[in-house]
Design a protein around this ligand. Structure first.
Ligand code: TEU
Ligand code: CA
Length: 588
Protein backbone atom coordinates (compact mmCIF):
# COMPACT_ATOMS: atom_id res chain seq x y z
CA UNK A 1 0.00 0.00 0.00
CA UNK A 2 1.10 3.53 -0.81
CA UNK A 3 1.85 5.52 2.32
CA UNK A 4 2.46 9.16 1.49
CA UNK A 5 4.47 11.58 3.62
CA UNK A 6 5.80 15.10 3.05
CA UNK A 7 9.34 13.96 3.70
CA UNK A 8 9.08 11.28 1.04
CA UNK A 9 8.12 13.84 -1.58
CA UNK A 10 10.43 16.60 -0.40
CA UNK A 11 13.59 17.82 -2.05
CA UNK A 12 16.12 18.45 0.69
CA UNK A 13 18.97 20.81 -0.02
CA UNK A 14 22.08 20.44 2.09
CA UNK A 15 23.93 23.55 3.16
CA UNK A 16 27.53 23.52 4.35
CA UNK A 17 27.30 26.77 6.29
CA UNK A 18 30.97 27.75 6.28
CA UNK A 19 31.04 27.73 2.50
CA UNK A 20 27.57 28.88 1.52
CA UNK A 21 27.36 32.65 1.82
CA UNK A 22 29.27 35.12 3.97
CA UNK A 23 27.24 38.18 4.98
CA UNK A 24 29.79 40.09 7.06
CA UNK A 25 33.07 39.74 5.20
CA UNK A 26 34.92 37.56 7.71
CA UNK A 27 35.43 34.92 5.03
CA UNK A 28 33.12 32.37 6.60
CA UNK A 29 29.55 31.66 5.56
CA UNK A 30 26.86 32.42 8.14
CA UNK A 31 23.15 32.31 8.97
CA UNK A 32 22.43 35.75 7.57
CA UNK A 33 24.09 34.63 4.36
CA UNK A 34 21.72 31.67 4.19
CA UNK A 35 18.72 33.92 4.78
CA UNK A 36 19.82 36.07 1.85
CA UNK A 37 19.69 33.07 -0.47
CA UNK A 38 16.33 31.57 0.44
CA UNK A 39 14.64 32.81 -2.70
CA UNK A 40 17.31 31.14 -4.81
CA UNK A 41 16.70 27.86 -2.98
CA UNK A 42 12.96 28.19 -3.30
CA UNK A 43 13.34 28.87 -7.01
CA UNK A 44 15.42 25.73 -7.40
CA UNK A 45 12.68 23.67 -5.78
CA UNK A 46 14.06 22.98 -2.31
CA UNK A 47 11.33 22.05 0.18
CA UNK A 48 13.65 21.69 3.15
CA UNK A 49 17.18 22.65 4.10
CA UNK A 50 19.55 20.47 6.06
CA UNK A 51 22.25 22.54 7.70
CA UNK A 52 25.54 20.90 8.60
CA UNK A 53 26.38 21.81 12.24
CA UNK A 54 26.32 25.47 13.22
CA UNK A 55 26.54 24.91 16.98
CA UNK A 56 29.26 26.26 19.22
CA UNK A 57 32.42 24.41 18.31
CA UNK A 58 36.21 24.68 18.30
CA UNK A 59 35.94 23.44 14.68
CA UNK A 60 38.45 20.64 14.89
CA UNK A 61 36.21 18.76 12.46
CA UNK A 62 34.27 21.67 10.97
CA UNK A 63 31.58 21.75 13.63
CA UNK A 64 31.11 17.98 13.92
CA UNK A 65 32.76 18.55 17.30
CA UNK A 66 30.15 20.37 19.34
CA UNK A 67 30.95 22.30 22.52
CA UNK A 68 27.41 23.50 23.18
CA UNK A 69 24.42 21.90 21.49
CA UNK A 70 22.11 24.69 22.54
CA UNK A 71 24.00 27.65 21.20
CA UNK A 72 25.09 28.83 17.77
CA UNK A 73 28.78 29.26 17.03
CA UNK A 74 29.56 33.00 16.84
CA UNK A 75 31.10 32.51 13.38
CA UNK A 76 27.61 31.63 12.11
CA UNK A 77 25.54 34.05 14.19
CA UNK A 78 23.24 33.80 17.19
CA UNK A 79 20.19 31.88 18.35
CA UNK A 80 18.13 34.91 17.34
CA UNK A 81 19.56 34.65 13.83
CA UNK A 82 18.51 31.02 13.80
CA UNK A 83 14.99 32.01 14.84
CA UNK A 84 14.84 34.49 11.98
CA UNK A 85 16.10 31.85 9.56
CA UNK A 86 13.49 29.34 10.72
CA UNK A 87 10.78 31.98 10.47
CA UNK A 88 11.86 33.06 6.99
CA UNK A 89 11.93 29.46 5.85
CA UNK A 90 8.57 28.58 7.33
CA UNK A 91 7.10 31.68 5.71
CA UNK A 92 8.21 30.21 2.38
CA UNK A 93 6.79 26.80 3.22
CA UNK A 94 10.24 25.31 3.75
CA UNK A 95 11.33 23.02 6.58
CA UNK A 96 14.56 23.26 8.52
CA UNK A 97 16.54 20.12 9.36
CA UNK A 98 19.41 20.31 11.82
CA UNK A 99 22.44 18.07 12.19
CA UNK A 100 22.34 16.00 15.37
CA UNK A 101 25.89 14.97 16.26
CA UNK A 102 25.37 12.79 19.30
CA UNK A 103 27.84 9.95 18.94
CA UNK A 104 30.46 12.32 20.28
CA UNK A 105 30.88 15.85 21.60
CA UNK A 106 33.82 18.22 21.46
CA UNK A 107 36.47 17.84 24.15
CA UNK A 108 35.53 21.43 24.97
CA UNK A 109 31.93 20.54 25.83
CA UNK A 110 31.13 21.17 29.51
CA UNK A 111 30.12 17.54 29.85
CA UNK A 112 33.56 16.39 28.82
CA UNK A 113 35.38 19.03 30.84
CA UNK A 114 33.60 17.74 33.93
CA UNK A 115 34.10 14.14 32.94
CA UNK A 116 37.83 14.56 32.54
CA UNK A 117 38.27 16.60 35.73
CA UNK A 118 38.50 13.57 38.04
CA UNK A 119 37.81 9.88 38.14
CA UNK A 120 35.04 10.44 40.65
CA UNK A 121 33.23 13.22 38.84
CA UNK A 122 29.51 12.39 38.44
CA UNK A 123 29.92 12.76 34.67
CA UNK A 124 32.98 10.48 34.52
CA UNK A 125 30.83 7.72 33.05
CA UNK A 126 29.38 9.97 30.33
CA UNK A 127 32.34 9.03 28.14
CA UNK A 128 34.48 5.91 27.67
CA UNK A 129 37.36 6.09 30.15
CA UNK A 130 39.67 3.08 30.53
CA UNK A 131 42.97 2.39 32.31
CA UNK A 132 46.05 1.73 30.18
CA UNK A 133 47.51 -1.62 29.29
CA UNK A 134 51.23 -2.35 29.52
CA UNK A 135 53.22 -4.31 26.98
CA UNK A 136 56.06 -6.77 27.70
CA UNK A 137 58.52 -3.89 28.02
CA UNK A 138 56.31 -2.15 30.53
CA UNK A 139 55.37 0.51 27.98
CA UNK A 140 51.96 2.13 28.36
CA UNK A 141 49.46 1.13 25.67
CA UNK A 142 45.86 2.08 24.85
CA UNK A 143 43.14 -0.19 26.25
CA UNK A 144 42.57 -1.81 22.85
CA UNK A 145 43.93 -1.75 19.31
CA UNK A 146 41.12 0.19 17.65
CA UNK A 147 42.16 2.63 15.01
CA UNK A 148 40.59 6.08 14.80
CA UNK A 149 38.72 6.76 11.56
CA UNK A 150 40.96 9.78 11.19
CA UNK A 151 44.27 7.90 11.77
CA UNK A 152 46.16 6.73 14.84
CA UNK A 153 44.77 5.12 17.97
CA UNK A 154 41.10 5.64 18.85
CA UNK A 155 42.27 6.34 22.42
CA UNK A 156 43.78 9.50 23.86
CA UNK A 157 45.84 9.54 27.04
CA UNK A 158 44.75 11.98 29.71
CA UNK A 159 47.53 13.07 32.08
CA UNK A 160 45.31 14.45 34.81
CA UNK A 161 43.41 11.31 35.60
CA UNK A 162 45.88 8.81 34.13
CA UNK A 163 43.36 7.09 31.88
CA UNK A 164 42.53 6.92 28.19
CA UNK A 165 39.30 8.11 26.57
CA UNK A 166 37.74 6.76 23.38
CA UNK A 167 37.40 8.89 20.24
CA UNK A 168 36.41 7.13 17.01
CA UNK A 169 37.19 10.39 15.18
CA UNK A 170 39.79 13.03 16.15
CA UNK A 171 40.89 13.35 19.80
CA UNK A 172 38.74 16.49 19.98
CA UNK A 173 35.66 14.26 19.45
CA UNK A 174 35.31 12.02 22.53
CA UNK A 175 32.58 9.36 22.17
CA UNK A 176 29.58 9.71 24.45
CA UNK A 177 28.71 6.65 26.51
CA UNK A 178 25.18 5.81 25.36
CA UNK A 179 25.07 2.89 27.81
CA UNK A 180 24.44 5.50 30.48
CA UNK A 181 20.71 6.41 30.56
CA UNK A 182 21.51 9.86 31.97
CA UNK A 183 23.53 10.61 28.83
CA UNK A 184 20.67 9.50 26.62
CA UNK A 185 18.26 11.73 28.50
CA UNK A 186 20.59 14.70 28.13
CA UNK A 187 20.62 14.12 24.36
CA UNK A 188 16.82 13.84 24.31
CA UNK A 189 16.48 17.11 26.22
CA UNK A 190 18.69 18.81 23.68
CA UNK A 191 16.57 17.43 20.83
CA UNK A 192 13.41 18.76 22.50
CA UNK A 193 15.06 22.17 22.81
CA UNK A 194 15.42 22.38 19.02
CA UNK A 195 12.10 20.80 18.12
CA UNK A 196 10.28 23.15 20.49
CA UNK A 197 12.08 26.06 18.87
CA UNK A 198 10.77 25.14 15.43
CA UNK A 199 13.26 22.66 14.01
CA UNK A 200 11.52 20.20 11.67
CA UNK A 201 13.79 17.23 12.03
CA UNK A 202 17.29 15.84 12.24
CA UNK A 203 20.01 14.35 10.14
CA UNK A 204 21.75 12.13 12.68
CA UNK A 205 25.50 11.95 12.37
CA UNK A 206 27.01 8.42 12.45
CA UNK A 207 23.98 7.25 14.36
CA UNK A 208 24.81 3.62 13.61
CA UNK A 209 27.90 3.85 15.84
CA UNK A 210 26.38 4.87 19.17
CA UNK A 211 26.43 1.36 20.62
CA UNK A 212 29.79 -0.36 21.15
CA UNK A 213 30.37 -4.06 21.76
CA UNK A 214 30.60 -4.54 25.56
CA UNK A 215 34.09 -4.99 26.90
CA UNK A 216 35.51 -3.13 23.89
CA UNK A 217 37.61 -6.14 22.78
CA UNK A 218 40.62 -5.93 20.46
CA UNK A 219 39.85 -6.01 16.74
CA UNK A 220 41.39 -8.83 14.71
CA UNK A 221 44.69 -7.88 13.09
CA UNK A 222 43.70 -7.37 9.47
CA UNK A 223 46.68 -5.20 8.63
CA UNK A 224 49.82 -6.51 10.39
CA UNK A 225 51.83 -3.51 9.24
CA UNK A 226 49.68 -1.21 11.30
CA UNK A 227 49.77 -0.65 15.00
CA UNK A 228 46.03 0.03 15.15
CA UNK A 229 43.30 -1.93 13.42
CA UNK A 230 40.04 -1.21 11.67
CA UNK A 231 37.36 -2.03 14.23
CA UNK A 232 34.07 -1.38 12.45
CA UNK A 233 32.64 -4.70 13.61
CA UNK A 234 32.77 -3.46 17.19
CA UNK A 235 30.62 -0.37 16.83
CA UNK A 236 28.84 -0.24 13.44
CA UNK A 237 25.20 -1.27 14.00
CA UNK A 238 26.25 -2.24 17.53
CA UNK A 239 24.26 -4.46 19.90
CA UNK A 240 22.00 -1.85 21.54
CA UNK A 241 21.62 0.68 18.71
CA UNK A 242 18.00 -0.25 17.97
CA UNK A 243 17.05 -0.25 21.62
CA UNK A 244 18.47 3.27 21.93
CA UNK A 245 16.76 4.59 18.82
CA UNK A 246 13.43 3.07 19.78
CA UNK A 247 13.75 4.78 23.13
CA UNK A 248 14.60 8.07 21.40
CA UNK A 249 11.57 7.65 19.18
CA UNK A 250 9.32 6.89 22.14
CA UNK A 251 10.67 9.70 24.34
CA UNK A 252 11.09 12.43 21.75
CA UNK A 253 10.35 11.89 18.06
CA UNK A 254 6.88 10.39 18.46
CA UNK A 255 5.77 13.43 20.46
CA UNK A 256 6.15 15.77 17.50
CA UNK A 257 4.05 15.70 14.36
CA UNK A 258 5.41 16.14 10.87
CA UNK A 259 9.06 16.02 11.73
CA UNK A 260 11.54 13.88 9.79
CA UNK A 261 14.68 11.95 10.57
CA UNK A 262 17.49 10.60 8.46
CA UNK A 263 20.31 8.64 10.03
CA UNK A 264 23.79 8.63 8.58
CA UNK A 265 24.83 4.98 8.38
CA UNK A 266 28.28 4.58 6.88
CA UNK A 267 30.61 1.55 6.98
CA UNK A 268 28.00 -1.07 6.14
CA UNK A 269 26.17 -2.21 3.02
CA UNK A 270 24.07 -4.75 4.86
CA UNK A 271 20.49 -4.29 3.70
CA UNK A 272 18.76 -6.06 6.53
CA UNK A 273 21.00 -4.44 9.10
CA UNK A 274 20.01 -1.02 7.78
CA UNK A 275 16.35 -1.94 7.25
CA UNK A 276 15.99 -2.26 11.00
CA UNK A 277 16.59 1.50 11.35
CA UNK A 278 13.94 2.37 8.78
CA UNK A 279 11.06 -0.10 8.71
CA UNK A 280 8.03 1.73 10.12
CA UNK A 281 7.16 -1.21 12.35
CA UNK A 282 10.43 -0.67 14.20
CA UNK A 283 9.64 2.93 15.21
CA UNK A 284 13.13 4.36 14.81
CA UNK A 285 14.01 6.64 11.87
CA UNK A 286 12.33 7.62 8.60
CA UNK A 287 15.33 6.75 6.45
CA UNK A 288 19.10 6.37 6.46
CA UNK A 289 21.93 7.40 4.22
CA UNK A 290 23.63 4.22 3.07
CA UNK A 291 26.98 4.62 1.35
CA UNK A 292 27.29 1.68 -0.99
CA UNK A 293 27.38 3.86 -4.11
CA UNK A 294 29.74 6.36 -2.45
CA UNK A 295 32.11 3.49 -1.64
CA UNK A 296 32.14 2.19 -5.21
CA UNK A 297 35.21 4.17 -6.26
CA UNK A 298 37.16 3.65 -3.02
CA UNK A 299 40.24 1.47 -3.27
CA UNK A 300 39.46 -0.88 -0.46
CA UNK A 301 37.46 -1.34 2.66
CA UNK A 302 36.67 1.80 4.56
CA UNK A 303 40.11 1.72 6.07
CA UNK A 304 41.13 5.33 5.64
CA UNK A 305 44.35 4.49 3.85
CA UNK A 306 42.68 2.67 1.01
CA UNK A 307 39.67 4.95 1.04
CA UNK A 308 41.61 7.60 -0.87
CA UNK A 309 42.97 5.16 -3.41
CA UNK A 310 40.76 5.52 -6.46
CA UNK A 311 39.20 2.38 -7.87
CA UNK A 312 37.77 1.98 -11.36
CA UNK A 313 34.20 0.74 -11.57
CA UNK A 314 31.86 -0.55 -14.23
CA UNK A 315 28.43 0.63 -15.24
CA UNK A 316 27.05 -2.76 -14.28
CA UNK A 317 28.40 -2.41 -10.75
CA UNK A 318 26.99 1.10 -10.56
CA UNK A 319 23.49 0.20 -11.63
CA UNK A 320 23.57 -3.03 -9.64
CA UNK A 321 23.98 -1.05 -6.41
CA UNK A 322 21.16 1.34 -7.25
CA UNK A 323 18.87 -1.48 -8.36
CA UNK A 324 19.54 -3.36 -5.14
CA UNK A 325 18.37 -0.50 -2.95
CA UNK A 326 15.56 0.60 -5.26
CA UNK A 327 13.90 -2.80 -5.04
CA UNK A 328 14.70 -3.64 -1.42
CA UNK A 329 11.76 -4.32 0.90
CA UNK A 330 9.41 -1.97 -0.93
CA UNK A 331 6.36 -3.81 0.31
CA UNK A 332 7.43 -3.62 3.94
CA UNK A 333 7.87 0.13 3.72
CA UNK A 334 11.63 0.57 3.49
CA UNK A 335 12.34 4.11 2.30
CA UNK A 336 15.50 5.30 0.50
CA UNK A 337 17.54 8.49 0.61
CA UNK A 338 18.71 9.42 -2.87
CA UNK A 339 21.98 11.36 -2.98
CA UNK A 340 25.33 11.35 -4.75
CA UNK A 341 26.96 14.26 -2.97
CA UNK A 342 27.39 15.62 0.51
CA UNK A 343 30.03 17.49 2.48
CA UNK A 344 32.12 14.30 2.87
CA UNK A 345 32.25 13.41 -0.80
CA UNK A 346 34.05 14.61 -3.89
CA UNK A 347 31.87 16.24 -6.56
CA UNK A 348 29.61 13.85 -8.44
CA UNK A 349 30.29 15.23 -11.90
CA UNK A 350 33.99 14.51 -11.33
CA UNK A 351 33.32 11.01 -9.99
CA UNK A 352 30.33 9.59 -11.80
CA UNK A 353 30.00 11.98 -14.72
CA UNK A 354 32.70 13.63 -16.76
CA UNK A 355 34.06 17.03 -15.79
CA UNK A 356 35.87 17.78 -19.05
CA UNK A 357 34.62 20.97 -20.74
CA UNK A 358 32.92 18.93 -23.44
CA UNK A 359 30.81 16.72 -21.20
CA UNK A 360 30.53 18.51 -17.88
CA UNK A 361 27.11 20.11 -18.25
CA UNK A 362 25.69 17.16 -20.16
CA UNK A 363 26.79 14.59 -17.60
CA UNK A 364 25.78 16.77 -14.65
CA UNK A 365 22.28 16.86 -16.13
CA UNK A 366 22.35 13.11 -16.60
CA UNK A 367 23.15 12.69 -12.90
CA UNK A 368 20.21 14.93 -12.03
CA UNK A 369 17.95 12.65 -14.09
CA UNK A 370 19.47 9.58 -12.50
CA UNK A 371 18.42 10.86 -9.11
CA UNK A 372 14.93 12.20 -9.75
CA UNK A 373 14.04 8.94 -11.47
CA UNK A 374 14.62 6.98 -8.25
CA UNK A 375 12.25 6.27 -5.42
CA UNK A 376 13.36 7.87 -2.16
CA UNK A 377 13.80 11.33 -0.71
CA UNK A 378 15.94 13.54 -2.96
CA UNK A 379 18.95 15.31 -1.43
CA UNK A 380 20.80 17.99 -3.37
CA UNK A 381 24.12 19.25 -2.04
CA UNK A 382 25.06 22.91 -2.46
CA UNK A 383 26.67 23.49 -5.84
CA UNK A 384 25.49 20.16 -7.24
CA UNK A 385 22.70 22.10 -8.95
CA UNK A 386 25.39 24.11 -10.77
CA UNK A 387 27.51 21.14 -11.83
CA UNK A 388 30.40 22.23 -9.61
CA UNK A 389 33.44 19.97 -9.91
CA UNK A 390 36.53 18.99 -7.91
CA UNK A 391 39.28 21.55 -7.64
CA UNK A 392 42.30 20.93 -9.89
CA UNK A 393 45.39 18.82 -9.43
CA UNK A 394 47.57 21.91 -9.35
CA UNK A 395 46.36 22.76 -5.83
CA UNK A 396 48.94 21.63 -3.30
CA UNK A 397 48.32 19.98 0.06
CA UNK A 398 48.21 23.44 1.70
CA UNK A 399 44.83 24.09 0.02
CA UNK A 400 43.31 21.03 1.69
CA UNK A 401 41.67 22.04 4.96
CA UNK A 402 39.94 18.83 6.04
CA UNK A 403 41.53 17.14 9.04
CA UNK A 404 40.88 13.75 7.42
CA UNK A 405 42.86 14.69 4.30
CA UNK A 406 45.71 16.25 6.25
CA UNK A 407 46.03 13.36 8.70
CA UNK A 408 46.00 10.88 5.84
CA UNK A 409 48.69 12.77 3.94
CA UNK A 410 50.91 13.13 7.00
CA UNK A 411 50.59 9.51 7.90
CA UNK A 412 51.58 8.23 4.47
CA UNK A 413 54.45 10.71 4.36
CA UNK A 414 55.75 9.61 7.77
CA UNK A 415 55.51 5.97 6.73
CA UNK A 416 57.48 6.61 3.56
CA UNK A 417 60.17 8.57 5.32
CA UNK A 418 60.48 5.79 7.87
CA UNK A 419 60.79 3.20 5.11
CA UNK A 420 63.43 5.30 3.33
CA UNK A 421 61.18 5.31 0.29
CA UNK A 422 61.65 8.95 -0.50
CA UNK A 423 58.99 11.55 -0.31
CA UNK A 424 57.26 11.30 -3.66
CA UNK A 425 53.64 11.98 -2.74
CA UNK A 426 52.22 12.36 -6.24
CA UNK A 427 50.06 9.23 -5.97
CA UNK A 428 48.63 10.48 -2.68
CA UNK A 429 47.87 13.88 -4.19
CA UNK A 430 46.21 12.11 -7.08
CA UNK A 431 43.97 10.19 -4.67
CA UNK A 432 43.08 13.34 -2.76
CA UNK A 433 42.29 15.18 -5.98
CA UNK A 434 39.78 12.49 -6.81
CA UNK A 435 38.33 11.62 -3.42
CA UNK A 436 38.97 14.20 -0.70
CA UNK A 437 36.08 15.70 1.25
CA UNK A 438 37.58 19.14 0.56
CA UNK A 439 36.13 19.28 -2.97
CA UNK A 440 32.63 19.69 -1.61
CA UNK A 441 33.76 22.40 0.78
CA UNK A 442 35.09 25.12 -1.50
CA UNK A 443 33.04 28.32 -1.37
CA UNK A 444 29.73 28.32 -3.22
CA UNK A 445 30.01 30.03 -6.61
CA UNK A 446 27.38 32.75 -6.72
CA UNK A 447 28.60 35.06 -9.48
CA UNK A 448 31.62 36.20 -11.49
CA UNK A 449 32.75 38.88 -9.01
CA UNK A 450 35.78 38.50 -6.72
CA UNK A 451 35.65 35.29 -4.67
CA UNK A 452 32.65 34.16 -6.67
CA UNK A 453 30.44 36.52 -4.67
CA UNK A 454 30.84 34.28 -1.63
CA UNK A 455 32.59 36.86 0.52
CA UNK A 456 33.87 40.41 0.39
CA UNK A 457 36.76 39.34 2.62
CA UNK A 458 39.28 36.53 2.40
CA UNK A 459 37.52 33.18 2.00
CA UNK A 460 38.43 30.54 4.61
CA UNK A 461 39.02 28.12 1.77
CA UNK A 462 40.24 28.82 -1.75
CA UNK A 463 37.56 29.38 -4.40
CA UNK A 464 37.63 27.01 -7.35
CA UNK A 465 39.14 28.73 -10.40
CA UNK A 466 36.26 28.03 -12.73
CA UNK A 467 33.83 30.39 -10.96
CA UNK A 468 33.93 33.06 -13.67
CA UNK A 469 32.05 30.71 -15.94
CA UNK A 470 30.47 28.29 -13.47
CA UNK A 471 28.31 30.26 -11.10
CA UNK A 472 24.69 30.67 -10.05
CA UNK A 473 24.11 34.09 -11.58
CA UNK A 474 25.31 32.98 -14.99
CA UNK A 475 23.22 29.81 -14.93
CA UNK A 476 20.00 31.24 -13.55
CA UNK A 477 19.34 33.26 -16.67
CA UNK A 478 20.27 30.58 -19.18
CA UNK A 479 17.53 28.11 -20.14
CA UNK A 480 19.84 25.20 -20.94
CA UNK A 481 22.14 25.56 -17.92
CA UNK A 482 22.64 22.82 -15.34
CA UNK A 483 20.72 24.96 -12.82
CA UNK A 484 17.73 25.44 -15.13
CA UNK A 485 17.76 21.73 -15.83
CA UNK A 486 17.72 20.88 -12.12
CA UNK A 487 14.74 23.21 -11.70
CA UNK A 488 12.99 21.38 -14.47
CA UNK A 489 13.76 17.85 -13.25
CA UNK A 490 12.55 18.70 -9.76
CA UNK A 491 9.31 20.13 -11.18
CA UNK A 492 8.76 17.01 -13.27
CA UNK A 493 9.45 14.84 -10.27
CA UNK A 494 6.94 16.66 -8.12
CA UNK A 495 4.31 16.55 -10.86
CA UNK A 496 4.63 12.79 -11.32
CA UNK A 497 3.95 10.54 -8.36
CA UNK A 498 5.18 7.57 -10.37
CA UNK A 499 8.70 8.96 -10.03
CA UNK A 500 8.38 9.28 -6.28
CA UNK A 501 6.48 6.14 -5.35
CA UNK A 502 6.57 3.86 -8.41
CA UNK A 503 7.98 0.33 -8.30
CA UNK A 504 11.36 -0.12 -9.91
CA UNK A 505 12.23 -2.77 -12.50
CA UNK A 506 15.70 -2.96 -14.02
CA UNK A 507 15.86 -3.53 -17.78
CA UNK A 508 18.73 -5.16 -19.69
CA UNK A 509 20.99 -5.80 -16.72
CA UNK A 510 23.93 -7.00 -18.88
CA UNK A 511 24.06 -3.74 -20.84
CA UNK A 512 27.50 -2.33 -20.11
CA UNK A 513 26.71 1.29 -20.92
CA UNK A 514 23.08 2.04 -20.41
CA UNK A 515 21.11 2.11 -17.16
CA UNK A 516 17.51 1.42 -18.13
CA UNK A 517 14.56 0.84 -15.85
CA UNK A 518 10.87 1.34 -15.46
CA UNK A 519 8.88 2.76 -12.58
CA UNK A 520 5.21 1.91 -12.24
CA UNK A 521 2.39 3.09 -10.08
CA UNK A 522 -1.36 2.56 -10.47
CA UNK A 523 -1.21 1.77 -14.16
CA UNK A 524 1.19 4.58 -14.95
CA UNK A 525 4.72 3.77 -16.10
CA UNK A 526 7.91 5.73 -16.50
CA UNK A 527 10.70 4.49 -18.76
CA UNK A 528 14.16 5.75 -17.88
CA UNK A 529 17.14 5.42 -20.25
CA UNK A 530 20.54 6.71 -19.14
CA UNK A 531 23.77 6.34 -21.06
CA UNK A 532 26.43 6.52 -18.38
CA UNK A 533 29.35 6.57 -20.81
CA UNK A 534 31.23 8.96 -23.05
CA UNK A 535 30.34 6.93 -26.16
CA UNK A 536 27.18 6.38 -28.09
CA UNK A 537 25.44 3.28 -26.86
CA UNK A 538 22.47 1.12 -27.77
CA UNK A 539 19.80 -0.88 -26.03
CA UNK A 540 17.26 -3.38 -27.36
CA UNK A 541 13.81 -2.62 -26.05
CA UNK A 542 10.82 -4.92 -26.52
CA UNK A 543 8.17 -2.64 -25.24
CA UNK A 544 5.36 -3.75 -27.49
CA UNK A 545 5.76 -7.20 -26.03
CA UNK A 546 5.36 -5.77 -22.57
CA UNK A 547 2.40 -3.87 -23.94
CA UNK A 548 3.05 -0.85 -21.78
CA UNK A 549 3.78 1.94 -24.14
CA UNK A 550 0.71 2.69 -26.17
CA UNK A 551 0.92 6.35 -25.31
CA UNK A 552 4.11 7.56 -23.83
CA UNK A 553 5.83 10.85 -24.13
CA UNK A 554 9.23 12.21 -23.40
CA UNK A 555 9.11 14.31 -20.24
CA UNK A 556 12.82 14.85 -19.69
CA UNK A 557 15.85 14.86 -21.92
CA UNK A 558 19.31 16.36 -21.56
CA UNK A 559 19.81 16.77 -25.30
CA UNK A 560 18.02 19.53 -27.17
CA UNK A 561 16.76 18.03 -30.36
CA UNK A 562 15.53 14.65 -29.25
CA UNK A 563 12.42 13.75 -31.17
CA UNK A 564 9.38 13.99 -28.96
CA UNK A 565 8.22 10.47 -29.57
CA UNK A 566 4.65 9.57 -28.76
CA UNK A 567 4.08 5.88 -29.13
CA UNK A 568 5.73 2.55 -28.81
CA UNK A 569 7.04 2.22 -32.35
CA UNK A 570 10.22 4.21 -32.16
CA UNK A 571 11.12 2.60 -28.84
CA UNK A 572 10.54 -0.97 -29.95
CA UNK A 573 13.81 -2.37 -31.19
CA UNK A 574 17.24 -0.79 -31.07
CA UNK A 575 17.37 2.56 -29.33
CA UNK A 576 20.57 4.56 -29.59
CA UNK A 577 21.67 7.11 -27.05
CA UNK A 578 24.29 9.82 -27.51
CA UNK A 579 27.14 10.18 -24.96
CA UNK A 580 25.72 10.85 -21.48
CA UNK A 581 22.26 11.08 -22.95
CA UNK A 582 19.31 10.54 -20.64
CA UNK A 583 15.61 10.28 -21.40
CA UNK A 584 12.60 9.85 -19.18
CA UNK A 585 9.27 8.88 -20.74
CA UNK A 586 5.98 8.64 -18.91
CA UNK A 587 2.75 7.05 -20.08
CA UNK A 588 -0.04 9.50 -20.67
O1 TEU B 1 30.83 11.30 8.75
C1 TEU B 1 30.88 9.94 8.98
C2 TEU B 1 32.08 9.25 8.44
O2 TEU B 1 32.72 8.56 9.18
C3 TEU B 1 32.50 9.29 7.02
O3 TEU B 1 31.55 9.63 6.11
C4 TEU B 1 33.75 10.08 6.89
O4 TEU B 1 33.50 11.38 6.50
C5 TEU B 1 34.64 9.45 5.87
O5 TEU B 1 34.92 8.17 6.27
C6 TEU B 1 35.94 10.18 5.73
O6 TEU B 1 36.73 9.55 4.82
C7 TEU B 1 30.20 12.14 9.67
C8 TEU B 1 30.20 13.55 9.15
O7 TEU B 1 29.41 13.61 8.00
C9 TEU B 1 31.62 13.98 8.94
O8 TEU B 1 31.71 15.24 8.35
C10 TEU B 1 32.30 13.96 10.27
O9 TEU B 1 33.66 14.22 10.10
C11 TEU B 1 32.13 12.64 11.00
O10 TEU B 1 30.82 12.11 10.93
C12 TEU B 1 32.43 12.81 12.46
O11 TEU B 1 31.41 13.55 13.09
CA1 CA C 1 30.58 35.47 8.02
Amino acid sequence: PLVRAWWKEAVIYQIYPSSFCDSNGDGIGDINGIISKLDYLKELGADALWLSPIFKSPQKDMGYDIADYQDIDPRYGTLEDWDRLAEAMHARGMKIIMDLVANHTSDEHEWFKESRSSRTNPKRDWYYWRPPKYDANGKRQPPNNWKSLFQGSAWEWDETTQEYYLHLYVPGQPDLNWENPVVRNAVYDMMRFWLDRGCDGFRMDVINKISKVPGLPDAPVTNPREEFQVAHAFYVNGPRVHEFLQEMNREVLSKYTDIMTVGEAPFTHDMYGLAAFVLPSNHELNMVFQFQLMDLDAGGSRDAIRHYEPRTWTVREFKGIIAKWQTFLRAEGFWNSVFIENHDQARSVSRFGNDSPQWRARSAKLLAMLQVAQTGTIYVYQGEELGLKNFPKSWGIEEYKDVASINYYNRVLAERVEDGKGEDMSDVMDGLQKKARDHARTPMQWDASTNAGFTSGTPWMRVNEDYMEWNAAAQREVPDSVFSFWKEVLEVRKANEVLIYGDFVLLDEPNENIFAFTRSLNGETALVLLNLTEKEAAIELHLKKIGLFENISLVLSNYENVEKIGGADSLDGTVRLLPYEGRIYITT
